[in-house]
Design a protein around this ligand. Structure first.
Ligand code: 13P
Length: 279
């Protein structure tokens, strides 16, 4: 069933676990995540990069996510990931998104507050909540990371914007880490304390060692994003099938190992963040 961002985040907060948020790109990745969530009875988020909304893929992908959510008996939030401006936010809402991320982390603090609050107000009028970002989470290919999220700044940001959850920079980055990251777990606790317990979001979930993910969840991470691992799982399935001499040319049959591979990855992450059996 399709639910709001607040609904799944509240479930995680009340149950002391974390919602896995899978970036989806096509029907097959949606199917893999949906099957895993259903079988493990896990609430999940399916999220889409704004690039897809700005290209034609989003036009086709949004109804696929909504169809999956309609069929599923576990709670599913359809979320815009890293929305940069009102333009993408409106497109996502019009496509049926039930959660929105506004990423103003590359702006100054004041501009980030102003833009995020504006988007939170707009989304609030249609009952959708917003994830903000404070402390720019870059790519594993960047030369250096920005300054980690400051707890006092986070408290002011949350108070002034009204976000439902906050993405923070604590040593994480997007993509496959070149060497294992070292998350600043004490900072997670400090941000939680300073903000009065705002649910926190961990981006760059692909490749963080399991023990650090568990420590981060115990400290107050309530949503973890997984993108690169979804792509790799999909590609692994396709590669294995390409090497299968008995493979079918029919595209739907060719895609089955990719769906299965995404499903196995989703199951692993659902268990890792403790979302299994929580629906
Ligand atoms: P990864 O691709 O590193 O898993 O990060 C995904 C993400 O944080 C999307 O916002």
């Amino acid at each position: 069933m399709l639910v709001t961002l607040k609904k799944v985040i509240d479930m995680a907060e009340n149950g002391n676990f974390c919602i896995p948020a899978f970036n989806v790109y096509n029907m097959e990745t949606v199917m893999g995540v949906a099957e895993a969530a259903e079988e493990l009875r896990a609430p999940v988020i399916m999220q889409v990069y704004p690039r897809l909304f700005n290209e034609e893929a989003g036009y086709y992908l949004a109804p696929v996510i909504l169809a999956a959510a309609k069929k599923m008996t576990v709670p599913v939030c359809f979320h815009l990931d890293h929305g940069p401006s009102e333009y993408e936010v409106i497109k996502a809402l019009r496509s049926g998104a039930s959660g929105i991320m506004l990423d103003g982390s590359e702006h100054s603090f004041e501009d980030n507050v102003a833009l995020t609050k504006h988007i939170a107000d707009i989304c609030g009028t249609v009952g959708v909540q917003v994830e903000g970002e404070l402390g720019h989470i870059g790519s594993v290919n960047d030369d250096a990371m920005d300054e980690f999220t400051n707890p006092d700044d986070a408290a002011e940001f949350v108070r002034r914007t009204g976000v439902a959850c906050l993405a923070v920079l604590i040593g994480n980055a997007h993509g496959h880490y070149k060497k294992p990251p070292k998350l600043d777990i004490e900072r997670v606790k400090a941000i939680r304390k300073a903000t009065g317990g705002i649910p926190l979001v961990l981006h760059g979930g692909s490749g963080i060692p399991d023990d650090q993910v568990k420590a981060a969840v115990a400290a107050g991470i309530r949503k973890m994003n997984i993108g690169t691992d979804v792509c790799c799982a999909f590609a692994d399935g396709a590669k294995a099938e390409l090497e299968n001499p008995g493979r079918s040319l029919a595209v739907d049959l060719f895609m089955k190992p990719s769906i299965e591979s995404v499903k196995r990855l989703a199951e692993e992450k659902i268990r890792l963040v403790g979302a299994d059996g929580k629906a």
